[in-house]
Write a protein that binds this ligand. Structure first.
Ligand SMILES: Cc1cc2nc3c(=O)[nH]c(=O)nc-3n(C[C@H](O)[C@H](O)[C@H](O)COP(=O)(O)OP(=O)(O)OC[C@H]3O[C@@H](n4cnc5c(N)ncnc54)[C@H](O)[C@@H]3O)c2cc1C
Length: 628
């Protein structure tokens, strides 16, 4: 029988170690193996992506390519600059391909894309082999074991996982790779139009990556930031499998850290080095295998014995959250990343709601500006000029470096949604999508739903204060001093509330607290904005609004959400809502990993002994956004 001629299609699995799909390709004992990557215009033009994540991807590709060449000097990662749906059918024929092998991807767009490619392969007589490898367990199989339902807690995930059996042990990287065959390109190159281009704002010049299918020199080279029309990235975090494995080795050397890790006890204000692993971007691009990480940690935990931490707070517990969101998305499908049409996401009449395509029911990426004030808050949140130093420091770290600690993400997400601005979580998720190195559609949307108490978590009375929360971690405000250098000389007493600093203190610190962050004093670094609102007041308003929304109990798939009659259940714009005896808990992050106890139906209505009573009995104006 003729030997196999295999395309191995790398996507979100930019590694050689522990790749079940690569193993399946090599098990075919192929005569030829082409390791390829298709430069998909969907991600280039239709999905939000900041400079730092692009650079991280290029790092991962370059590292992988070098590792492939080490195993076979004739081979490397071959880049094809065309949509996979159009280029693969052409190369099936031109290269005489017998098999296409790739790692399964359960994100929404890849599912659609892969179905098209698989159909084309069938027509061309090419056998398709896929393997799950991106998660601890195959997300679709988890859903099946969870009764066909999305996993809404890590307990559900673990129970379903138990039914599938133990998590697979990692597979060693191959020690050799077959030669690539000829790669004739005697077919037409279909260039994408590049319009609309959601990333156009970030390009400082026209992108040229699609001028030729095999790159400017015809050698299937990896793109450069320059070809993408982007300026240089700003993040210090570099990608690649080699680096990921080295980082994991370093983490594993510290057995105590690894075995006793408890996420809620790690500081969101710690930097250089950060308090958690910072492995998420490597996991996102598949430069690190999730099972490699899991078993390296679990073996250390087993060996450590007494005193080791356990899920959900432990390091392996963190990985369960990741799998939980992946399986939830796998069950719900494309609507998982939006409220509209999502039967698991509570509807809340947030400000700046998403626009929805009436034909498809899918959000368009644009939003209604129902409140100019909320729009201003959103822009100030995004640019790190809210006047709350803790929030601004985190947002600046996100924009500059592409990564912030989990509890930092909690802080800014709670602040934007139910704990301050009352702005749609989808706005925040879009900003994270742009800036995060580790942006993962399932984890991003899922965590935003958790923080906004629209799914996964309902305890909306637990709020993060931008003042008392960071004080717990960083009394002196070193993190703020680093990221908000305008305030670096301000005394610790005022570091989280600079607007309270008397003029003399401001003068001594060389800063004036004035303006809204937009108007410059002409003396750079000499001013810092006033807070954009009274946080205590906003907390009460949001709490009351959340209570009303929870009472209405609408979900994204409710007809009343689609036809606008939801508004009958909420106070009209400008109406007053009594705020009475509403309790909140200042969340200090200690229970950050605890979801709703035993999947409780509505613990948002519960009160704990720790709850503090607000005395506010005054009438507050609720500026509820209504869809125009
Ligand atoms: C609003 C919001 C948005 C988020 N968006 C993303 C995202 O797009 N991509 C992403 O990977 N994580 C996201 N997270 C989850 C979490 O903050 C990051 O995974 C974590 O901070 C990454 O840092 P680390 O690698 O040091 O984590 P560690 O604490 O070292 O944890 C190890 C790994 O566990 C996984 N993990 C940990 N916590 C979570 C979690 N809550 N949900 C899912 N996976 C988790 C990550 O893969 C992480 O690398 C988000 C959290 C919030 C609150």
């Amino acid at each position: 029988m003729a030997k196999a001629r295999v395309i191995y299609w790398f996507r979100t699995d930019l590694r050689l170690h522990d790749s079940p799909a690569l193993k399946a390709a090599l098990d075919l004992d192929p005569e030829i193996l082409w390791p390829i990557f298709t430069w998909d215009p969907y991600y280039v033009y239709r999905a939000r992506g900041g400079l730092n994540r692009w650079q991280f991807l290029l790092d991962c590709q370059n590292d992988l390519s070098a590792s492939i060449t080490k195993l076979n000097p004739k081979s490397k990662l071959f880049l094809l600059r065309e949509a996979p749906q159009t280029v693969l059918p052409k190369i099936f024929k031109a290269w005489g391909v017998t098999h296409l092998v790739f790692e399964k991807d359960t994100d929404s767009y890849p599912r659609e894309r892969d179905a098209v490619v698989e159909a084309a392969a069938k027509t061309a007589g090419v056998q398709v082999i896929t393997r799950s490898g991106r998660t601890l367990w195959d997300s679709d199989r988890i859903v099946a074991k969870n009764g066909g339902k999305p996993t809404m807690s890590t307990t559900q995930l673990q129970n379903a996982g138990k039914k599938l059996g133990p998590i697979d042990r990692p597979i060693a990287a191959p020690s050799s790779l077959p030669d690539p065959g000829e790669m004739p390109l005697d077919f037409e190159h279909e260039r994408p139009s590049g319009k609309p281009d959601i990333n156009s704002e970030r390009r400082t010049k026209k992108d040229t990556e699609y001028q030729s299918i095999a790159g400017p020199k015809g050698d299937f080279s990896i793109e450069s930031m320059e070809e993408l029309g982007f300026p240089s990235a700003t993040t210090p975090h570099k990608g690649g499998e080699t680096r990921a494995l080295k980082l994991l080795d370093d983490i594993a050397k510290d057995k105590k850290y690894t075995a006793t890790f408890e996420k809620p006890k790690t500081s969101p204000a710690q930097f250089e080095p950060q308090s958690t692993t910072l492995l998420s971007p490597f996991l996102h691009f598949g430069a690190l295998s999730i099972r490699e990480l899991y078993w390296r940690v679990q073996d250390i935990v087993d060996e450590y014995g007494k005193g080791a931490s356990s899920p959900p707070a432990s390091l392996t517990g963190q990985l369960f959250f990741r799998d939980m969101y992946f399986a939830a998305q796998a069950a719900i499908g494309p609507k998982f990343t939006q409220t509209h049409g999502n039967d698991h996401c509570k509807f809340i009449p947030w400000h700046l709601p998403s626009k929805v395509d009436s034909k498809t029911g899918v959000t368009t990426g644009e939003y209604h500006i129902d409140s100019p004030e909320a729009e201003k808050w959103f822009q100030r949140w995004k640019t790190g000029t809210t006047g709350f130093p803790w929030i601004d420091a985190l947002m600046r770290q996100l924009r500059q470096e592409g990564w912030i600690h989990h509890l930092g993400r909690h802080s800014v997400a709670c602040f934007l949604t139910r704990g301050g601005c009352y702005i749609d979580w989808e706005r925040g998720a879009e900003v994270f999508e742009e800036y995060l190195l580790d942006h993962e559609p399932a984890c991003n949307a899922g965590n935003w739903q958790w923080l906004s108490c629209t799914a996964f978590f309902t305890q909306y009375f637990r709020m993060y204060s931008p003042i008392s929360f960071p004080q717990k971690w960083d009394k002196n405000g070193d993190f703020v001093r680093h990221w908000v250098p305008e305030l670096k000389n301000l005394s610790a007493k005022y570091i989280y509330e600079p607007w309270k600093a008397p003029l003399l203190d401001q003068k001594q610190a060389g800063v004036r607290i004035t303006g809204d962050g937009e108007s410059s004093s002409g003396e750079q670094g000499k001013t810092y904005p006033k807070p954009m609102f009274d946080f205590g007041e906003r907390r009460e308003i949001c709490l009351a609004a959340m209570k009303t929304a929870y009472k209405a109990n609408l979900y994204g798939d409710d007809d009343r959400v689609a036809d606008g009659s939801w508004a009958d259940l909420f106070p009209a714009e400008g109406e007053h809502v009594g705020v009475r005896d509403l309790d909140f808990e200042s969340d200090d992050g200690e229970k950050a990993d605890e979801g709703d106890a035993s999947d409780d139906a509505n613990p948002g209505e519960k009160r704990t002994a720790k709850s503090q009573q607000t005395t506010a009995k005054k009438q507050k104006t609720l500026n509820f956004g209504r869809l125009p």
